[in-house]
Ligand binder design. Structure first.
Ligand code: PLP
Length: 371
């Protein structure tokens, strides 16, 4: 699905030097590379504060811990997402409230979001799924009216821009109160292990999140809160500094792949191409078709026999996952999410794809769906 080795080979001398320099410096934790990456990411995003941490799941957890939410408080999120989003809500004994998504863009449905708000709702987590922003203008407006915190899960959309109602552009993750991202290797900005970061423009929240991420201390060995230990290490930061300089070029390469797929699959009776939200550009973390009347398992076997990788993001909606069984929800309650889980299929999309790769993949897919 990705070619991380191919991407590394293109920047190998720079990366190797940076990693060896960190090793020679022996500043492995919270070293100068971490501080430099933090400052460079703040500039790239136009965010006042970036707090690096150990992974994207921790980023979400630290954000929710810092907001002072209490057990039983409700947090609304999209049903069609990676489990991490709902996992941290449940772990903190908050109540995950799931809502359906928009069929073409796969992002949280603002109408369903507003309907799900109760007197216990404290926050919403829009997920910028597959590389484009949720409808943040509507989400911000609704959240403001209901005094809810907005935590953007931008693990899959770092670098995407969103055009606000006044015409200004903001980076994904800098629109709400807090943005959370992951630097998992296959992400658009991926390191060579685990990594994550939290963004905010709020000085107080930034202070609190730094403290939570550092065992609840702002002065060494004085613990004002119960916190966690969540750090980005210096080697990963050194790698991310280099890759950040290529992020926009990586997004352009992904868009070239998506354009190729769109052209090949547009107007096909058996597949719907992903809808591009007009207010967000798309950084195509995934390229995902919605199949219509196609036997997906048979298709995947057919493609695998031709060495064409495919993945299902995501096969089971959260409300039908064993761990998230909840008497409030039953099969049929989230028709859009359930249809997507049954019919989506994602194809390889990365920065190193050639026209030959694309020709081969699209020919294989079309051979199956058109037969
Ligand atoms: C939407 C979403 N949220 C959160 C995460 C969690 O990130 P991490 O794997 O770095 O913990 C991911 C990672 O796959 C994700 O895709």
């Amino acid at each position: 699905m990705v070619d991380l080795l191919g991407q590394y080979n293109k920047i190998k001398p720079e990366i190797d030097k940076a990693v060896l320099d960190v090793i020679a410096s022996s500043a492995y934790i919270n070293g100068p590379e971490v501080k430099a990456f933090q400052a460079e990411l703040e500039i790239y995003l136009g965010a006042k504060h970036v707090i690096p941490c150990a992974n994207g799941t921790d980023a979400l957890q630290i954000a929710m811990m810092a907001l002072g939410l209490k057990p039983g408080d409700e947090v609304i999120t999209a049903n069609f997402t990676y489990v991490a989003t709902a996992e941290v809500i449940a772990l903190l004994q908050l109540r995950p409230v799931l809502v359906d998504v928009i069929p073409g863009t796969f992002t949280i449905d603002p109408v369903a979001f507003e309907k799900a708000i109760t007197s216990k709702t404290k926050a919403v987590v829009p997920v910028h799924l597959f590389g484009q922003c949720a409808e943040m203008d509507k989400i911000m407006e609704i959240s403001k009216r209901h005094k809810l915190f907005v935590i953007e899960d931008t693990a899959q959309a770092i670098g995407a821009d969103y055009t606000m109602p006044d015409g200004t552009k903001k980076k994904a993750g800098t629109i709400g109160d807090i943005g959370c991202t992951s630097f998992f290797p296959s992400k658009n900005l991926g390191c060579f292990g685990d990594g994550g970061a939290i963004f905010t423009n709020d000085d107080e929240l930034a202070k609190k999140m730094r403290m939570v991420a550092n065992h609840g201390q702002s002065v060494l060995y004085y613990h004002d809160e119960i916190g966690v230990n969540s750090r980005l290490d210096s080697i990963q930061a050194a790698i991310l500094r280099i890759k950040l300089r290529h992020l926009d070029e990586y997004a352009a390469a992904r868009n070239r792949v998506a354009d190729y797929y769109d052209k090949a699959f547009a107007n096909n009776a058996h597949a719907e191409i992903p809808v591009r939200e007009s207010k967000s550009n798309h950084v195509f973390h995934q390229y995902t078709l919605v199949l219509k009347g196609v036997d997906r398992n048979a298709m995947r076997e057919f493609l695998a026999a031709k060495s064409i990788p495919s993945m299902i993001y995501y096969p089971v909606p959260l409300h039908l996952q064993k761990a998230y069984t909840d008497p409030r929800y039953k099969e049929g309650d989230f028709p859009v999410t359930e249809n997507l889980c049954a019919n989506v299929i994602s194809f390889p999309i990365h920065t190193e794809m050639t026209d030959e790769d694309l020709e081969y993949i699209t020919a294989g897919v079309l051979e199956f769906i058109n037969k």
